[in-house]
Each structure stands twice: as C-alpha cells, then as structure tokens.
Design a protein around this ligand. Structure first.
Ligand code: ATP
Length: 446
C-alpha cells in the first residue's frame, strides 16, 4: 500500500499527456498534486497556494529548446517565494542547462522521458529539503508565542536584546501566563540553543529530594542511592536551566542554591568533589517575590543573583488585544489535531471571550478552545460551544448536598481562593500533587 504524505506539488508543463502521467504517479505519494498547462498562471498559483515543490518545464512552446522561458519562470517563482523547491523538467536535457538551472536556484532536474522511480525520488528529496527548511523557519504551532499587544511586544523586544547574552532572567507572572513557554523561547533564541534545556519545577520537588534532584548524588549517599545519579544542573551543563516556582523554596535551600550560583559548581550529595557548571539560569515565579524579600521570606542576595533581567508577563485580562489572536491560534491548532471543519469564531463569541476575565490565563483559554473545537459542529465556532466559568459562580460556597463531585469542586475553589490562586500552595493544602490539582481544575473548568 502506498502512503500519501502532506506535500503540495504543482506541475507546470504545456504537454497535457505529461501533466496527466506525472500527476497520476505523484498523486499516489503526495496529498495534493495540481497541474497547470499555462505558465502565465504561475504567479497567481504561487502567490495563493502554498506549494512545497514545483515541477517546472524548461521549454514552453514560445521558445522550444533554449530553456530561456523556463529560467524566466524559475526567477518569477523564487521572487514570489524563495523557499519553494523547484525541480526543472526538460526534454532537451544537457548537463550545462541543468547546472545553470541549479545555479539559478532550482534544487534539481529530471529528464523527459522520465523513469518513474527517478522522478519520484527527485521530487521526494526536493520535498524533504523544503520540509527541513520549513521546520527551521517556522516554529511548530505549540512553540509559537502569540502576542501582538503592546505589553507582549515589549516582552519580545526585551527578549531579543537579552536572549543572546548569558544574563540571568527572572520571569514573573500569574499561573498560565506563559512563563514556561517564554523560558523555552529564550533558550531557542540564545547561543546555547543546540545545548540542553532542562526545566525543573521546584514546587513539585519534596524537601528530602531537593539536593539530590538538583545536584545529583553518589552511590551509597543515602539508603535509596543505589547508583550514582547526575543532577539537573549537571544535565543542563552547557545549556539553560529553568527553575520554575523559585518563590516556593525554603530558606535553607535558598542558601544552597545561592552557593551553587556563586561558585558556579556543584557537589553531588555524598561526595566532596566540586563539579564546575556552565549554565544559563532562567527562573520563574507567580509570587510577589520582591514583597517576599522585604518580609525575609526570600533571600535578597539570591534575588539579586537571579533577576539581572526581570520580565513581567501580564495576565491575559490586561492584554485583551491578544485574546482573539490566541483563540484563533488554538482554534487552528486543535482543528488540525482533531481534523474538525471549524475555521472561525462567531462575532458574538469573540465579544464574549474579550469580556471574560480569564483567571487561569492562557492555559484556561487553550483548554476552553480545545474542548470547543472537539464539540463544534459547523465551520463557525458558536458561543454555545465554549464553556467558560461564569465569574459570578466563582463565589460559590460549600454546598451541603451529597454530590461528591460538587463537593470536590467547591473545596478546590475554596483552597484556590485561600491561596490566592497559587497552584503549588493550594495543592499542598489539599494534599494533592500539582499535576493532580491541574487535572481537577480542568475537569471542573475552574
Ligand atoms: N503567548 C503564547 N502563545 C501561545 N500559547 C501560549 C502563550 N503563552 C502560553 N501559551 C500556552 O499556554 C499554556 C500555559 O503556558 P505556560 O505553561 O508556559 O504558563 P506558566 O506561566 O508557566 O504556567 P504555571 O505558572 O501554571 O506553570 C501552555 O500550553 C502554553 O503553550
């Protein structure tokens, strides 16, 4: 069985028999294969459809054998989109012309009459080159940081200035505002981009495992230490370490972390050998860390170490310009993932999304859109498809009925309120892991 892959191919040739035969062959391997007899249509087609590969005849009837017309069209295509892979097709193939075509920007050529296998292999390799380029130039949809509001533009501006330096960065923002995503973005933009990015959720590490997790241990250091273990700092060596929830570590561990940052070296638990560490440090927290420092809950000297550059990610309600752009971004992402026909937001839904205050920020919007796309029926997403919490219902008090789910929902709501929305603290309060709490917040649409 032949498997088709998601490539878009265009064949341009003035010989209809050639078009039909080549299309028949390629159609079995690529999702979309279009053909065009009239080269004058090339600019329109290239501008309006995102082709990956164009198989282009060199000799149209106007000028049968010099290849001149083919070269003109090759130039036009690359003017419009220099990324398209163009393969030249010629019945008068001589090596000199083929070399000229490649110098002029074509990726390869095929002689007519062709052998099916050769034609297929050439188009496949052109498509692979194009796919590799696409991957390099466009980030995967899950990596794309959406943000056109002035606040986000300012963030991008700061990032472009500091990403290439080794400055320590502290990212501040409520839960779900994109701190983790921004840290990864900074790493991708940095000189260390081909080295490891290691993310550590400090809020999720128990006090007993803190040191061994971050700095590693040697065999026999404690009862469960059956093997030597590399810590997260060593794993990140040469790259970036992202310490999430930095505001949640206790004072003794703050001191240990400070020592490591000052000495630029770690010692594995149970060893006294210093291991030099070269990492770029990015930290994040949803807490008011300046305030914590003022109250002696966070060491001021550690704060100075980690916040050479501070980036504040504002909550979604303060960057309403981004709400629709993000909603549309997630709509595209999930419509492709779940193969749904939906492709736009109804005007009244757009209004509703803008008016809502998004306490869970982008994570909440993302989940709301995912559910909505799955449940959607037509091409336009309607207000009824999107379930967002009614802000008024957030004030619910514990109800005395015996509906377990309802009770669980209420208890979680209260814990979240008590902890001012701090997931780590609320999870601790409820005796749940952060992941378990996230699952429940999602389940109850909180
Ligand atoms: N600017 C953005 N563009 C597109 N998606 C985004 C953006 N910001 C965040 N997201 C998405 O929103 C979700 C939450 O983002 P992320 O995990 O980075 O937030 P966070 O601030 O680190 O959350 P927490 O404090 O709860 O750990 C992720 O799925 C992420 O992909």
């Amino acid at each position: 069985m032949t498997v088709t892959q998601p490539g878009k191919i265009l064949i341009v040739d003035d010989d209809v028999d050639v078009l039909r035969a080549a299309r028949l062959l390629l159609k079995r391997h690529f999702e979309q294969v279009d053909f065009e007899k009239n080269p004058q249509k090339i600019p329109y087609l290239v501008s309006n459809f995102e082709y990956d590969v164009i198989l282009l005849d060199m000799n149209f009837t106007r000028d049968l054998s010099s290849g001149k017309e083919g070269f003109e069209w090759l130039d036009r295509i690359l003017d419009i989109n220099p990324e398209i892979a163009v393969v030249m097709f010629t019945a008068y193939g001589d090596v000199e012309m083929a070399v000229r075509a490649i110098k002029a920007g074509a990726v390869d050529f095929v002689l007519k009459p062709w052998e099916n296998e050769k034609l297929l292999a050439t188009i496949q390799s052109a498509f692979n080159k194009r796919a590799a380029k696409k991957e390099k130039t466009a980030p995967a949809p899950d990596n794309l940081l959406v943000g056109k509001s002035p606040a986000m533009q300012q963030v991008f501006d700061t990032v472009s200035k500091v990403a290439g330096t080794d400055a320590n960065i502290l990212i501040l923002g409520e839960n779900g505002t994109g701190k983790d995503m921004l840290a990864r973005h900074i790493h991708r933009e940095s000189l260390r981009h081909d080295k490891p990015f290691v993310s550590v959720d400090l809020g999720a590490i128990s006090e007993t495992l803190f040191e061994s997790e971050l700095f590693g241990h040697v065999k026999g250091a404690f009862t469960d230490a059956r093997e030597d273990r590399v810590g997260r700092f060593e794993e990140a060596n040469g790259g970036t370490i992202f310490l999430d929830e930095i505001g949640n570590i206790s004072i003794p561990f703050q001191a240990k972390l400070l020592t490591v940052l000052q000495n630029r070296s770690i010692t594995r638990v149970g060893s006294n050998k210093l291991v030099p560490i070269d990492v770029r440090l990015i930290c994040a927290t949803n807490r008011n860390i300046q305030h914590m420092a003022a109250q002696h809950l966070f060491r001021q000297d550690l704060l100075y170490r980690i916040n050479t550059i501070e980036i504040h990610l504002p909550p979604l309600r303060e960057r309403q310009e981004d709400i629709i752009a993000l909603a549309e971004h997630f709509l595209q992402m999930y419509r492709d993932k779940y193969k749904r026909p939906v492709n736009s937001l109804h005007e009244s839904l757009a209004q509703q999304l803008i008016q809502y205050n998004w306490p869970g920020n982008i994570r909440e919007l993302q989940h709301a859109m995912e559910r909505a796309v799955i449940l959607s029926q037509g091409k336009v997403l309607q207000p009824k498809d999107v379930f967002v919490k009614n802000p008024a219902s957030a004030d619910e008090t514990l109800n005395t009925g015996y509906n377990l789910e309802e009770m669980e929902r209420n208890i979680i709501t209260q814990a979240m309120k008590k902890c001012n929305g701090n997931i780590t603290e609320a999870a601790r309060e409820l005796g749940l892991s952060r992941a378990a709490l996230y699952r429940r917040l999602e389940k109850y649409n909180l």
